[in-house]
Design a protein around this ligand. Sequence first.
Ligand SMILES: Nc1ncnc2c1ncn2[C@@H]1O[C@H](COP(=O)(O)OP(=O)(O)OP(=O)(O)O)[C@@H](O)[C@H]1O
Length: 280
Amino acid sequence: MAFTDPHSTKNVRPLIEVKDVTVGYGDRVILKDVNVTLPRGKVMALIGSSGGGKTTLLRLLTRQLRPQSGQVLFDGQDLAPMDQAQLYAQRRRMGMLFQFGALFTDLSVFENVAFPLREHTRLSEPMIRDLVLMKLNAVGLRGSRDLMPNEVSGGMARRVALARAIALDPDLVLYDEPFAGLDPISLGVTARLIRDLNDALGLTSVIVSHDIHETFGIADHVVMVANGGVVAQGTPDELRNSDNPLVHQFVNGESDGPVRFHQPASPVREDFGLPQEESA
Ligand SMILES: Nc1ncnc2c1ncn2[C@@H]1O[C@H](COP(=O)(O)OP(=O)(O)OP(=O)(O)O)[C@@H](O)[C@H]1O
């Protein structure tokens, strides 16, 4: 029989808390006064137009960037003051799938997934084998272990990258554009897999994606960044029904609205050498 310690805050504490954070590069502020909380076990989507600061927010979570002000807590601990050893220990609890989930082209599917285990642990070879095959099984590719990356499809390669991202049994998995370049079927399979792995393995996931439809289908919480901050956050339904015109335009994929299609430019007539219109 399991007992829970009523005084323990470990399991109710959110895995990530971004508190009043302002962040940027050098003197340039990219996001101001951001507050985001991500409870354990949930899937969070980060959306927003290109250059809005989604990747910047991801970099805060891994402390590739420190806030200019405010705090980023991972499992209740402020990342900013950590020394390299402490930071390294925290990062081992984070799995990452980078844009396009690039695999090592000269390593087999098996060795790609084994890579983080060989890098970060001193596990025996039989143990590594079992762990790799378990992860490959979880993504449906146990039978493809001996293939090389150029022998698998784009969708399969993404699943191998997923298996590699969860090889060390992380608490948090960060996905930067996990659907980029996939056909609609592989895209749907990958999205479902992200959600299922999250739930089956007790992970917490953050997904940066431009694919609103697929991301909204699997996320518990959506954070939209634009105009130097978080413009909206809530459940997918709350964002779909938002009356904020910017959120509405983005979520519904409208080409014009508060986000202009045309970036500022000199008049068309000037660029194409056309005669100026006579003013009335
Ligand atoms: N290393 C850096 N040094 C300076 N400025 C940067 C750096 N990385 C990003 N930026 C700037 O910060 C802003 C936000 O970039 P970021 O990559 O976070 O946006 P994004 O929402 O992830 O965009 P995309 O959807 O295109 O990936 C952009 O104006 C970008 O030019």
